[in-house]
Design a protein around this ligand. Structure first.
Ligand code: ACO
Length: 334
């Protein structure tokens, strides 16, 4: 154990598959339109893995973490923990994080998958920070990666999922530092399992929400009550941001960047307007990537790092919500 130390984010990396699916592509296989998707969600395109050629969440996560290690100027052998936040693990066992750790060449680093749907990256940050504060872990890779295009139905009956989701991965490298000013300032993690039925992937006919008529095609596919999740998100986003600012003794003006799960442009704009924040502080990139679940937050962070908009000394609040239902934040001093 060492004395009090800070934690810094020293590298960011992302990965998307080669395959792009535009709204116009979707028009060809389901009853929808480019105009409807743009107006209702802000999405223009999404990326899709080639699952039939063996591409999986592991490939994306691996590319992202290798890029993040490069950015951090760190070798994989220096990592002592890998946390892979995903709801798209290749298999129930082994954890995808273990195969990933072996492939990038860690030296028996701890590795596990963390399942918290669209809150995966935020819950992963809070978990990783807590573990680092025990003094047992110095260099941690946190990856948010998902491939929901595998479990959405590309036809009119599954269109609310098909238009919304895309595949991607984003990784950060967290490192202990003697600068105690750097690290997590405040956080929140919540759930309401009574609302599980709003978003699920039924495996048997007994998993379907009450009142939903069983049809074979639904098994293993995403079921979402879009309107219910939408209303929940519009109310919850501002509440959890306010709660975190209260815990930190800060106001929205004290935070330099709000990096939120990219669920729907309208949900994000409602939260941005509620706090009267400028576009430069409350970021939206859903147009290019769609909703990439646990990857959406590091994709935004990577955009900001590439544009040199994020600087040491700034404060960043990460905000997520999603299946569970779950919602939470992680407020950092960079
Ligand atoms: N294309 C064209 N028309 C459509 C489509 C479509 N893809 N989907 C629905 N419509 C039609 C409907 O039939 C309906 O027509 P009607 O008025 O004639 O009956 C109309 O559009 C409105 O339908 P709604 O379902 O009310 O559409 P809504 O505005 O709610 O948008 C959407 C649907 C985009 C799914 C929205 O509800 C949403 O974004 N919800 C939030 C989802 C979310 O954020 N999930 C995040 C969590 S993800 C995780 O944790 C894994």
């Amino acid at each position: 154990m060492t004395g009090p130390e800070g934690v810094e984010i020293v590298g960011v990396g992302t990965a998307v598959p080669d395959g792009v699916v535009t709204n116009t592509d979707l028009e060809k296989v389901m009853d929808t339109s480019d105009e409807w998707i743009r107006q209702r969600t802000g999405i223009e395109q999404r990326y899709r893995i080639k699952a039939d050629q063996g591409e999986s969440v592991k490939h994306l996560a691996k590319d992202a973490v290798i890029r993040a290690l490069d950015a951090a100027n760190m070798d994989a052998a220096e990592l002592d923990l890998i946390v892979l936040s995903t709801m798209s693990s290749e298999m129930t066992c082994p954890p995808t994080a273990c195969r990933l750790a072996a492939e990038i060449g860690t030296k028996n680093a701890g590795a596990f998958d963390l399942s918290a749907a669209c809150c995966g990256f935020v819950f992963g940050l809070n978990t990783a920070y807590g573990l680092m504060q025990t003094g047992q872990y110095r260099n941690v890779a946190l990856i948010g990666a998902d491939t929901l295009t595998n479990i959405v139905e590309y036809s009119t009956k599954g269109r609310n999922g098909a238009i919304l989701f895309g595949d991607a991965a984003g990784a950060v490298i967290l490192r202990k530092t003697s600068d105690t000013g750097k690290g997590l300032i405040a956080q929140a993690m919540h759930s309401d399992g009574a609302r599980w039925a709003d978003l699920s992937i039924p495996q048997t006919k007994f998993d379907l929400p009450e009142g939903v008529e069983f049809d074979e095609w639904q098994l293993g596919k995403l079921y979402m009550n879009g309107q219910s999740v939408f209303k929940f998100a519009v109310g919850t986003f501002p509440r959890v941001i306010e709660q975190t600012l209260d815990r930190a003794g800060m106001t929205a003006g004290d935070v330099d960047h709000f990096i939120c799960h990219q669920s729907n442009r309208r949900i994000l704009e409602a939260a941005r307007d509620r706090f009267g924040l400028a576009e430069e502080k409350f970021h939206i990139n859903i147009d290019r990537f769609a909703n990439t679940v646990a990857a959406s937050i590091p994709l935004v962070l990577n955009d900001l790092v590439s544009a040199r908009s994020v600087k040491p000394g700034q404060r960043v609040m990460f905000v997520g919500f999603g299946g569970g239902l779950t919602w939470g934040t992680s407020l950092w001093q960079l």
